[in-house]
Design a protein around this ligand. Sequence first.
Ligand SMILES: [Zn+2]
Length: 194
Amino acid sequence: MAKLYFRYSAMNAGKTTQLLQVKYNYEERGQTVVLFKPAVDSRENTSKVRSRIGLEANATLINTSTNLLVTLTQELQDHPVHCVLVDEAQFLSEEQVLQLCSIVDDLDVPVIAYGLRADFRGELFPGSKVLLAFSDSIEEIKTICWCGKKAIMNTRLLNGIPVYEGEQILIGGNESYISLCRKHWRQGKTSSDE
Ligand SMILES: [Zn+2]
């Protein structure tokens, strides 16, 4: 019985590194993985998935109108697929998460989706909201705040200053992100020396 897995974390916790390790493990056993990546940011309109420690792999770029069930059904006509991996799964639409459920339930292919839980405002991403509701298995990938506590919040910095309002997805902006524990996200304290 295949399952739908949602592995979430704050930013820079190593989600993509884990994803690429899982892909490697399948392929080492001679099995085939399909890797989906939402094309959200026009700055990085590449089909490569890259982890911060330097690993990379080719992905199938998807947009909001891509039907994942149809795409996978077409793949299955050419060759068996042993696992579907999704990078940046927070950017999936609700419909696409339901398509992942069909891939698991009707095609019996396991799906592992990696993504952020909430945005810099503390609001769930659309894809994550549905993944949290529908996944068979929900696992947290942990990372730490500068204080040593677990970081669960994503903080958007504009010119180094935390901001709490704005569009969920900024394209082409000069923003950056850090992961903080909830206390330091609420305080906007981004390091020990303030
Ligand atoms: Zn902290």
